[in-house]
Ligand binder design. Structure first.
Ligand SMILES: [Zn+2]
Length: 66
């Protein structure tokens, strides 16, 4: 599941959800209500971008080119 980052550096993690926003864990970013806002700065979903993290699920991570 993809994480999303807010301009304020808050990161939405689907595995944790957003307890303050009454978002259950396991809720992917795409399924958040359009009214959902960053619990830290109040930014809307449109302000978030997808976090590309090669290391988040690193069981299969391989260093390429060596
Ligand atoms: Zn924020």
């Amino acid at each position: 599941m993809d994480k999303y980052e807010c301009p304020c550096t808050y990161i939405y993690d689907p595995l944790q959800g957003d307890p303050k926003g009454q978002i259950r864990d396991g809720t992917v970013f795409h399924d958040l209500p359009d009214t959902w806002q960053c619990p830290v700065c109040g930014a809307g979903k449109d302000f978030f971008w997808k976090l590309i993290s090669k290391f988040a699920d690193n069981n299969t991570y391989k260093i390429e080119g060596l």
